[in-house]
Design a protein around this ligand. Structure first.
Ligand code: ADP
Ligand code: MG
Length: 267
């Protein structure tokens, strides 16, 4: 197992955010977490990334309790691309990406030839090598996103966690990013765990889908099992149509705008 979660609980003060979650993520899977706003997706990501500590329950990363990792070892095992990144620091792209090498550097933190090579490969892989010497705060949101993913890849992790990476991307970049993650998974066997709001993108790429609702697991399984009218309506509380994508046996979700409701209900 890449990640194994058992009876995991988290609360902020006395407000519960995650209630007794148990699930596991198989090695090499593309695992996507969906759910309404405030359902606990980011909290779960931060727990898996080791940024928050479970209040109750246990969390294993590659069959080892997360608490038994040193910071450095955890950074070599797992990379986290958070939802919101501070972008107002005046570093160049290559400097930011090289930060991903820090768990491998010695006491002085001096990068070697090898580190530079890995950083350049990561930039090429995410398609931003041409921006290497630009300042990060002068890039678009989508370009910054790809730089942060390159930094995560520089950690040479077994698992990459991404919190809503497609949220600020246009259609082409959304597909490019998802294709990139799929390619990464296929070529390197890395486990990809992603939070996404886009149920249609999730349906097209994920091996398994976790639907969170109010801090609990509403459904976990293959997209066919999770993306049903019944589960989606229970989670999102709005009218949705579920049919099949023109691409094949993939569920397609259409939320129904209010002005079409009558028509839809009549028809
Ligand atoms: P999601 O990412 O699914 O939108 P979050 O994990 O960010 O959800 O939040 C889950 C719940 O925990 C929400 O009700 C949110 O208001 C609450 N929450 C998140 N972060 C904090 C915090 N730092 N302090 C207090 N409550 C928080
Ligand atoms: Mg969130």
């Amino acid at each position: 197992m890449a990640i194994d979660v058992k009876n995991l609980n988290y609360y902020y003060g006395d407000i519960p955010a995650l209630k007794d979650l148990s699930f596991s993520v198989t090695k090499g899977d593309f695992f996507i977490i969906i759910g309404p706003n405030g359902s606990g997706k980011t909290t779960l990501m931060k727990l898996m990334a080791g940024i928050l500590k479970p209040k109750k329950g246990r969390l294993k990363i590659l069959n080892r309790a997360i608490g038994n990792y040193t910071r450095k070892d955890l950074a070599k095992t797992m990379a986290f691309v958070p939802q919101i990144m501070p972008v107002d620091f005046p570093f160049s792209v290559i400097e930011v990406v090289l930060m991903g090498r820090s768990p491998y550097m010695g006491m002085l933190g001096v990068e070697q030839e090898e580190d530079l090579k890995i950083a350049e490969q990561a930039l090429t892989f995410t398609g931003v090598a041409h921006l290497a010497h630009r300042k990060l705060d002068q890039l678009s949101g989508g370009e910054q996103q790809r730089v942060f993913i390159a930094r995560a890849l520089c950690q040479e992790p077994d698992i990459i966690l991404l919190d809503e990476p497609t949220a600020s991307l246009d259609l082409a970049h959304q597909i490019r990013l998802m294709d990139l993650m799929e390619k990464l998974k296929k070529e390197t066997g890395i486990t990809v765990v992603m939070v996404s709001h886009d149920v249609n993108l999730a349906a097209m790429y994920c091996d398994r889908l976790l639907l969170l609702n109010k801090g609990e697991i509403l459904c976990l399984g293959h997209p066919d099992e999770v993306l049903t009218f019944r589960t989606l309506e229970a989670a999102y509380g709005c009218t949705l149509l579920v049919d099949e994508s023109p691409l094949g046996k993939i569920p397609r979700i259409t939320p129904v705008p209010h002005k079409y409701l009558d028509h839809h209900q009549k028809g």
